[in-house]
Design a protein around this ligand. Structure first.
Ligand SMILES: Cc1ncc(C[n+]2csc(CCOP(=O)(O)OP(=O)(O)O)c2C)c(N)n1
Ligand SMILES: [Mg+2]
Length: 577
């Protein structure tokens, strides 16, 4: 019997390496899911919220490098995919969304649940196809898959149920994927880079996610140039460990000598980074060279002396023979010294952690870092968990870190860790969750983690508020407003949902609780840690406007009768102010 379009679709997706599809079934998708079931090569992961499924898929796709499918059915179900697809776009990962569409005879009639996929997915997807004729199957789905993989981003295949059931044309449905590894920079660019570097007295490096395959190359060139190496949060897992030239991060999460190094070197080498906070990058005096495989990223965050398109590792290898070693290391030593000093300062609340109540979030992150396996996967929520994970967790060569770091959506950590746990069943997958984030999306699909016996350690930084926004409001000079809420005991909720639940209120119990959670291999754990809501996280470099805003906010709070809160904030952070 001839295969139908849905069967052909899965055949193509499987030939491109898709092995998992997250989503919720229904109407238009029923023939698609039936074909998936009969295909047998793709695991369907039934989630409780489509957005959760997409966040899981984004993490899986990024951590494994393979394309991952998600699905939602017509209209509202499809609509729930959007936030995760935008995240996939920003994180540049291949997620292929199969969006159930209304019957083809009803298209463009404002039918029940009808949603125009071209309009709706326009901001998220690199490619949107509406499969309304079986003859489109091979060319359209092939375009979608190839775009997702080669251009690294989300695509959408919108599919009415009646077309999914129609007979597929009998043509080859294999999708041969093109190689996508870009090469080194051009000879002219390499020569220009070498010239600038050789003429400079001091060079600093600032690296991002694009350094993943270039970890040794960056270390080698930094050692030869006596260059301090700073990094974005995405670059930290690749560049900090085993690196005597590491000088920390800049930006709102910043610490160490990074900010000063990259803003005072003669030449700054930006490697594979699209660090979005331009205000922390040099805008004059420093000659900046940016290397990125994606031409669209060149020059958009800081003014450049030279923009170079190329893979970071290949470019550094080609550059190595033409750059001269530098001998003076005063610049490097000064910034390493600043970094050591910053680490000691940041270590204060870690060292004192066992005796400080309410529990300091810094201490929780540091203990997690100490106890987790060498190949643990950490996922982080947008909110203060990002700050603690950036400053207090070490990522050795085999650990991974992932989060919605460019789209910056809340609530991604728990689903990200779930996707990681399915992709790497033997590894510890640790989600650093905000209480706002976990209650936004994590709670309902804790049921999915339970059902799958996924080894996820959900650590909730229970501060009873949207703390990051609270800090933000104060930094901007506002009186904090609309940021607090009331939480249940999450350990009891978790237990009721079938997970292991652990509540921690005493600092002395943090270590044992986290050790027990990390040792739990039979399904998910929720560790509800009641942390200090007044823990402040000031960056290493505080822009003048922030300092002014903060002072203004404190003044306004005093005037509006919130003196107790002000005293708490100051008392709890004397070491940082
Ligand atoms: C979906 C979404 N809504 C709102 C925001 C704005 N936002 C950024 S961080 C944050 C607070 C997060 O609170 P929580 O998860 O409790 O973490 P905390 O900062 O308190 O540790 C908010 C509201 C966002 N980034 N994403
Ligand atoms: Mg919170």
């Amino acid at each position: 019997m001839a295969k139908n379009v849905a069967e052909g679709l899965w055949e193509m997706l499987v030939s491109a390496g898709v092995r998992r599809c997250y989503g919720i079934v229904g109407d238009a998708l029923n023939p698609v899911i039936d074909a998936l079931r009969r295909n047998g090569s793709v695991e369907f992961v039934h989630v409780r919220h489509e957005e959760y499924g997409v966040f899981a898929a984004v993490a899986e796709a990024r951590l494994t490098g393979n394309p991952v499918a998600v699905c939602g059915t017509a209209g509202p179900g499809v609509m729930h995919l959007i936030n995760g697809l935008l995240d996939a776009r920003k994180e540049r990962v291949p997620v292929i969304a199969i969006a159930g569409d209304v019957e083809s005879s009803l298209l463009d009639t404002d039918a029940l649940e009808e949603l125009n996929p071209y309009k709706f997915f326009d901001t998220a997807a690199l490619y949107i196809g509406r499969l309304v004729n079986p003859e489109q199957l091979r060319p359209m789905v092939s375009t979608a898959i190839t775009t997702a993989v080669a251009e690294r981003g989300p695509v959408v295949i919108s599919l009415p149920g009646d077309v999914a059931e129609a007979a597929a044309p009998s043509v080859s449905l294999r999708v041969p994927l093109p190689a996508t590894t870009p090469g080194a920079a051009s000879a002219a660019d390499l020569a220009a880079m070498a010239d600038l570097i050789n003429q400079a007295e001091t060079v600093a490096i600032f690296g991002g996610d694009g350094c993943e395959q270039a970890q040794d190359d960056v270390r080698e060139i930094a050692a030869r140039l006596k260059a301090p190496v700073g990094y974005s949060f995405k670059g930290k897992p690749w560049l900090e460990h085993d690196n005597p030239n590491a000088v920390g991060m800049t930006g709102l999460l910043g610490y160490g000598g990074c900010h000063s190094a990259i803003n005072s070197a003669d030449v700054l080498l930006m490697l594979g980074t699209d660090f979005p906070f331009s205000a922390f990058l040099p805008h004059k005096d420093v000659k900046t060279i940016q290397v990125d495989r994606d031409p669209g990223k060149i020059g958009r965050r800081a003014p450049l002396e030279l923009g170079v398109v190329g893979d970071v590792a290949a470019t550094l290898r080609a550059l190595a023979p033409v750059v001269e070693d530098k001998h003076g290391d005063r610049f490097l030593r000064e910034h390493v010294r600043q970094t050591e000093h910053a680490r000691r300062r940041l270590g204060h609340y870690v060292t004192k952690g066992p005796g400080l109540k309410p529990i300091r979030p810094e201490y929780v992150a540091a203990v997690l870092s100490e106890l987790a396996d060498d190949d643990a996967v950490f996922t982080v929520d947008t909110g203060t968990p990002c700050i603690w994970a950036a400053r207090h967790i070490s990522y050795g060569r085999n650990r991974r870190m992932f989060g919605s770091l460019t789209w910056a959506s809340m609530a991604s950590a728990s689903p990200n860790a779930f996707g990681a746990a399915l992709a790497f069943p033997g590894r510890q997958c640790i989600a650093l969750c905000g209480d706002g984030g976990f209650t936004m999306l994590g709670l309902g699909d804790l049921l999915t983690q339970v059902q799958r016996k996924a080894r996820v350690v959900n650590v909730i930084f229970n501060n009873g508020m949207l703390d990051f926004v609270n800090i933000e409001q104060q930094e901007a000079g506002f009186v904090p407003f609309g940021t607090d809420f009331v939480n249940p005991d999450f350990s009891q909720v978790a237990t009721a949902l079938g997970a292991r639940g652990i509540r921690v209120e005493e600092p002395g119990n943090v270590r044992d609780a986290l050790a027990a959670a990390l040792a739990h291999t039979d399904g998910p754990v929720v560790v509800d840690v009641v942390v200090d809501p007044y823990a402040l996280a000031l960056p290493s470099h505080v822009p003048v406007a922030t300092a002014k805003g903060f002072t203004l906010s404190i003044a306004k709070q005093v005037l509006s009768g919130k003196m107790d809160d002000v005293i708490e904030t100051i008392e709890h952070n004397v070491r940082l102010l």
